[in-house]
Design a protein around this ligand. Structure first.
Ligand code: FMN
Length: 140
């Protein structure tokens, strides 16, 4: 959140729907990033990195995954197709912010789509309308 008076964030979202939630997955657990409090809230304890790594197990030992989830129910307008497109756009902008931050601070990352989405929905205790769309592994 970079404009707290307006409740606005570093990444824009379609119609300011703020459909994106960011989660962090490390060796200890899965956490929801509470943007307003600038704090991590534990959602599930355990090492779920191999589930985020999915079919690319060589990522399973990265220190941190940042997981980007859209709740398409937060779009007040649009049909299913449009909501799905906007969600992907909003997620990609957040991912690019992570890419730029990491590039600027000498950290390694990349945008990823491969992950075990169904298992992650359970671990992150997501609603039916919440979709894990992308993740960024972050390491040195
Ligand atoms: C939408 C999107 C999805 C991607 N998904 C994956 C992925 O699941 N796993 C992966 O290893 N890389 C993934 N990538 C990274 C691309 O493979 C990578 O950006 C591309 O090979 C170009 O390399 P560069 O980013 O170093 O220029 C993805 C990139 C984008 C933009």
């Amino acid at each position: 959140m970079n404009r707290p008076a307006e409740g606005k964030r570093t990444a824009p979202t379609a119609m300011n729907s703020q459909d994106i939630d960011v989660y962090l997955v490390n060796s200890k657990g899965a956490y929801l990033y509470d943007a307003k409090a600038h704090a991590l809230v534990l959602v599930s304890q355990g090492d779920f990195r191999s589930i985020v790594a999915g079919s690319q197990q060589h990522f399973a030992k990265v220190p941190v995954f940042i997981l980007i989830v859209s709740d398409i129910a937060r779009f007040q307008r649009g049909d299913e197709n449009q909501k799905t497109t906007w969600a992907a756009m909003d997620a990609a902008i957040v991912s690019q912010n992570i890419n730029l931050f990491c590039a600027g601070f000498g950290l390694k990352t990349r945008p990823r789509v491969w992950m075990d989405t169904e298992k992650l929905k359970e671990i992150l205790k997501l609603k039916e309308t919440q979709r894990p769309l992308m993740n960024n592994p972050v390491s040195r």
